[in-house]
Design a protein around this ligand. Structure first.
Ligand code: ARG
Length: 462
């Protein structure tokens, strides 16, 4: 067997440095399971087309299973197989070692251009499934945490300035909503990519009358791709995967940032779980939020992968170009990065202990009930713009005398506006301030209870 898959027309050997440099096996070895699965599917297709006898097909399938079972690919093993140009070549070499020359029939009616894109689709599909499973687990941890928070209250912030009190559960459910959208983007991308490129050949379609539905079915695709040039040159599925992960990464990063911030002494909203924190080699008192910092940092790699892919693809003429080989590593890196994040986030989230007393105190100071107070006046018939002005004056009085709104006397308030009455005080308690947001999506306690139940129902329905 010649050492190359394509050496027939060449007279001169490859430049050694170039040969080594252009290989993809140092990273595409990860595609061995996909390559074997796709090769088995292709073997069935060519057997159905009469290229292989039943006995040959059985030998070939068995041989391919052995290739997978007998090869433990590690970077070291890969380095010791310098003759393999890529995963396709490697698999063919291994199969030849196991079943002999029959292996050379496997490449009948196919091209590496369709193989690599099939392997990559299978890889991305698995990565999507793994990500969705991880996201479910994390969502469950967030929903459990929200439920355990009960009616605990915290300040919400706009401009990072205290805004209005919200339920801790309401805050946590924000992330649940984000993750639901992220999951649906992945589900959506999965549907769109789930077509089988096998049978597309190098560019124009296989040169044998193959039944492409056999391979599609064997590999769990919904059917064959409709255009051979598109199938061999398209990397939308990889781009979409990394773009969906980019958005997910942005959400994860915001979560990480908030927890990093809230764990500072200045906020003091939570004690970092020791099992997920690290110390300082220099400052003995330190407990550092390395987990959330690394999460925040690693999320950048996801955007990096999407950017690499978009830049790679944008200038390519149809159809296959070797540039596309560069599209594999960003996909692997993105898949590894998200898998790593989701391996720690659920347990980290489950172990979070909030300091509800500190959160409540922060929610009770700083006039977070001012909007509820203005609403009180507007309910008494004062136009909101005017009510806003009056409460603004009340806040100013409070600031000048070191008191919250509920500590101002009725006489003082009446000097600002005659509409104030004794019932004002009941309308600006913490509970009333929460419950006046009684709309779908609001932080009124019964609305949040409902939202929590709905979120759990959606999780369980998935
Ligand atoms: N290693 C190649 C890649 O990743 C496989 C396809 C090679 N095709 C070719 N025409 N040279 O893109």
């Amino acid at each position: 067997q010649p050492s190359k898959m394509w050496s027939g027309r060449f007279r001169e050997p490859l430049n050694k440095t170039f040969e080594e440099w252009q290989r993809s096996f140092p990273f595409d070895w990860r595609l061995l399971p996909q390559e074997v699965a796709a090769s088995k599917a292709h073997a069935r297709v060519i057997a159905a087309a009469g290229i292989l006898t039943d006995a040959e097909l059985a030998t070939m399938l068995d041989g391919l299973d052995k290739v997978l079972a007998q090869t433990t690919l590690t970077p070291a093993v890969v380095a010791s197989a310098p003759e393999a140009e890529d995963i396709h070549h490697f698999t063919e070499l291994q199969l030849t070692r196991i079943i002999g020359d029959l292996a050379l029939k496997l490449h009948t009616g196919r091209s590496r251009n369709e193989q690599i894109v099939t392997d990559m689709r299978l890889f991305v599909r698995d990565a999507i499934d793994a990500t969705l499973a991880g996201l479910r687990e994390w969502r469950k941890a967030l929903i459990d945490l929200a439920e355990n928070a009960g009616e605990a209250v915290m300040p919400s912030y706009t401009h990072l300035q205290r805004a209005e009190p919200v339920l801790v559960a309401h805050w946590l459910l924000t992330y649940v909503s984000q993750l639901e959208r992220d999951s649906s983007r992945l589900v959506d991308a999965r549907k769109r990519m789930n077509l089988c490129p096998l049978g597309s050949g190098a560019i124009a379609g296989a040169t044998l009358a193959l039944d492409r539905t056999i391979a599609a079915k064997a590999l769990g695709f919904d059917g064959p791709t409709p255009n051979s040039m598109d199938a061999t040159s398209d990397r939308d599925f990889a781009l979409e995967f990394t773009q969906a992960l980019t958005t997910l990464g942005i959400h994860i990063s915001r979560f990480a940032e908030e927890l990093t911030l809230y764990s500072t002494a200045e906020f003091g909203f939570l004690d970092l779980p020791e099992a997920f924190s690290t110390g300082s080699s220099a400052m003995p008192q330190k407990k550092n939020p390395d987990l959330t910092e690394l999460i925040r940092g690693k999320s950048g790699r996801l955007l990096g992968a999407a950017t690499t892919l978009a830049t790679l693809i944008k200038g390519l003429p149809l159809a296959y170009n070797k540039d596309l080989q560069e599209g594999q590593e960003p996909v692997f890196d993105a898949a590894d990065t998200i898998a790593g994040m989701l391996s720690v986030l659920p347990a980290f989230t489950a172990s979070l202990k909030f300091r509800f007393d500190r959160m409540k105190l922060a929610a009770e100071t700083g006039y977070l009930n001012a909007m509820a107070a203005a609403t009180y006046l507007s309910n008494k018939g004062v136009p909101f713009r005017k009510a806003h002005e009056i409460i603004g004056n009340a806040v100013r009085l409070g600031l000048e005398t070191g008191r919250e709104l509920d500590q101002l006397t009725l006489e003082e308030l009446r000097q600002l506006g005659p509409e104030f009455d004794q019932d004002f005080y009941a309308s600006i308690t913490l509970e009333a301030t929460l419950d006046c947001h009684d709309v779908v999506g609001g932080t009124a306690r019964h609305r949040v209870r409902q939202a929590l139940a709905d979120a759990r129902k959606r999780l369980e329905a998935e």
